[in-house]
Design a protein around this ligand. Sequence first.
Ligand code: 6PG
Length: 242
Amino acid sequence: MEKKVEILPNLEALIERGLEIVLQKIQTSIEKHNRFTIALAGGSTPKPLYEAISQQNLPWEKIHVFWGDERYVAPDHPDSNQRMARLAWLNKVPIPAENIHPMPTNSGDPAIDAAKHEAELQEFFKVPVAEVPKFDLILLGIGDDAHTASLFPHTPALSVRDRLVTVGSKDGQPRITFSVPLINQADCVMFLVAGAGKISALEQIFAEKADSQTYPARLIQPSGELWWLLDESAGEKLKSEY
Ligand code: 6PG
């Protein structure tokens, strides 16, 4: 499906628009199959969105929260994506503990934890092993290097097609990450991108031709909806087109 690109005047407007889309997806997913499954992005951009979601009055028992990637640290580590989302959102709402599905990072071996989380996804979505589970919504960001989730340039994780969850690597630091096939299976993928630091990455991601190994976010081509919400700073060079 053709990507939908919106350039918002500032971060606040971007978050507001992101919330609007998230709430629409929650409503349509629950109408469609009586639950909503979302995978969260880490980093700093989505934090205000998680804070905004925490203020909503929602059917929390029908909402299931996962993460698209995780740093290989303990859940209470300052770098933990799980910790960020719990503090910004999940600790503030009456969502059942069993509806929160963090990526494990405690076996001492990222490959073992990736396999464990893959098994948890298969168990939760109850799809045959060969089938790829379909999230209702996957939130993503991009780095200045055009990575997304923990799919970093020129790393083996970019080429994984036979797993749902794999091991990423950022400058040698292990990460757990959704694979490209799992992300592309989502009913809806929404990128939230803010700040001038992302201008050149976006130019390469949106370019007619560029190397996906160098700019991994180019690999995200879901069969479902693809949203790019940019603030004016990040979308500086794309304003004439969108
Ligand atoms: C992570 C994220 C990562 C993030 C980008 C953008 O674990 O860091 O999942 O992919 O989305 O690095 O991060 P910022 O929003 O902080 O710029």
